[in-house]
Design a protein around this ligand. Structure first.
Ligand code: GLU
Length: 309
């Protein structure tokens, strides 16, 4: 299978410096292996996706010197908003395996179920999993739309992360059954990303470490649907000096502001220095980092943004 990595941004806001670091590492990973890069637009959630951000994100990646060989916008269909048919087909296959059930829990019930006390094991499913047909029918008649959950196995799924090493989770005990289609009918991120990575021949997934805990769920979904899971390599998180995770709402650290303060080589030099690829924050074009790239040089601990950035 040819080596293929991907950029998979959600057009919910302008990319920020943390997104740029993960994108740079995803690109260096694939280019240093001689593989190809795909751009997939993750506009799954119609309420949180804006076309203007899609264009701006692509422009910001190109500005930093990162390119891709296939996917959006050359292939206009390489976006999650146009792939509902594929997610529906995967959903039906999981249903056919008897793994899907309707869930009527409210948001607060779900939050309570996902926050067990320390040391407590979480039950795999919610009470909706064991409802009888009569009770289900009564709930349906009340007109409330159900979300759909997938029933996970009580077994450990091990992911060998190329940067953080082995990461294992017993799906039933640690994350429990999870939603694959929301009550408004929108397919959930975990299902869409798994279907897409398998269908698009992605072999390398590089993204920020906050998604490491999703990797076992995605690997299990892909394999359950008969595909081959990619290799995962998670990147350190950039965090604010107060310990907050950066968000797309971070005004002064988003690409609109950064492009005013830096040249592409200047920002690339800062990113390479912050993650440990270089000794000094000196300007460097992204392509010059390719021959020297290795995950062994990249820091594992979260990176606190210094105030000079
Ligand atoms: N679309 C997700 C985001 O923008 C990334 C998903 C992934 O890399 O798996 O945060």
């Amino acid at each position: 299978m040819p080596i293929r990595g991907r950029f998979a941004p959600s057009p919910s806001g302008r990319l920020h410096i943390g997104n740029m670091l993960s994108s740079l590492l995803a690109w260096l990973d694939v280019r240093s292996l001689g593989g190809e890069m795909l751009f997939r637009l993750e506009d799954l959630d119609p309420e949180r996706s804006w076309e203007e951000y899609a264009e701006l994100m692509a422009g910001d990646l190109r500005w930093l010197g990162l390119d891709w060989d296939c996917g959006w916008p050359m292939d206009a269909g390489c976006r999650q908003g146009r792939r509902t048919g594929e997610y529906q087909a995967a959903f039906e296959r999981l249903e056919g395996m008897g793994l899907v059930y309707d869930c009527w829990c409210s948001r607060s019930e779900r939050l309570a179920a996902s926050a067990p006390h320390p040391g407590e094991e979480r039950p795999s499913g919610c009470r909706c999993r064991s409802l009888g047909e009569g009770e289900r029918e009564a709930l349906r008649r009340r007109g409330r739309r159900a979300a759909a959950k997938v029933a996970v196995p009580d077994r450990e799924i091990a992911v060998h992360d190329g940067h953080y090493g082995e990461y294992r989770e017993n799906l039933a005990r640690s994350c429990g059954d999870f939603i694959i289609r929301r009550s408004d009918g929108v397919f959930a991120y975990q299902l869409a990303v798994s279907v897409d990575d398998a269908a698009m021949g992605v072999t390398r997934v590089v993204r920020a470490r906050d998604l490491l805990s999703s990797a076992p769920r995605q690997k299990w979904l892909i394999e359950t649907l008969g595909g081959a899971a990619p290799e995962y390599c998670h990147a350190p998180l950039l965090i604010s000096p107060t310990g907050r995770k950066l968000s797309k709402r971070e005004g002064d650290l988003n690409m609109a502001a950064l492009r005013e303060r830096y040249t592409p080589e200047g920002l690339c030099g800062v990113l390479a220095f912050l993650c440990g690829l270089t000794d000094r924050p000196e300007s460097v074009p992204a392509r010059e980092l390719v021959p020297h790239f290795s995950w062994g040089k990249v820091r594992r601990e979260d990176i606190i943004l210094p105030d000079w950035v």
